[in-house]
Design a binder for this molecule. Sequence first.
Ligand code: GTP
Ligand code: MG
Length: 196
Amino acid sequence: MSVNFHNVRFLQSVFSTKNLPDPLYPEIAFAGRSNVGKSSLINRILNRRNLVKTSSRPGKTQSLNYFVVDEKLYLVDLPGYGYAKVPHGMQTSWQKLITVYLEKRETIACVVVIIDIRHELKEQDRRFVEWLRHMEHTFLPVYTKADKLPRGKQARNADALDAGLTLKPDERVLFSTKSGQGYEKLKSILASYSKG
Ligand code: GTP
Ligand code: MG
């Protein structure tokens, strides 16, 4: 299936699941801890420098941001989970938004789970993946910021994350927004979920 990822438009920011757009296309949701690089990864796929706002400070994305790709797919940038420094009430309202969205939205075709390859598996990531399995969502772990590690260390860390998440190497993607590693592979997987 061919999808032109450059033919993209921002649709809307959603602050409540009451305001979700009509489910016209299959959708790919991008989830992960705050500051892991979700928005940067989407920009990379869409080949836009700053269509999605990124920041070196965690907690930048606070709503579900919908993009329409080639009139075939929705890409949805989610707020990060697990950032402790935002005011407590706010953190729960994003958490609730993501939870209800992932539980109820029937047109989610795949949840991309973005994990920083530099670190040991975080309990929150392990629990998140477990919860996705429980809900029987299709998901794709992406180990990002690979450019920050030499190849040997990349492979070792990827093995450790695979073991912690009970994954085979062909079930995830190594990625970097800086080097472009994993870019073609990720695009072709995402395209496979598109409509018609
Ligand atoms: P929130 O919206 O706050 O949850 O963050 P986010 O997950 O959307 O992260 P964002 O894309 O804003 O990126 C956070 C920081 O990581 C930025 O400073 C990016 O430049 C940096 N970053 C993201 N991906 C990569 C990567 O592959 N390599 C390197 N070296 N830096 C990256
Ligand atoms: Mg973001």
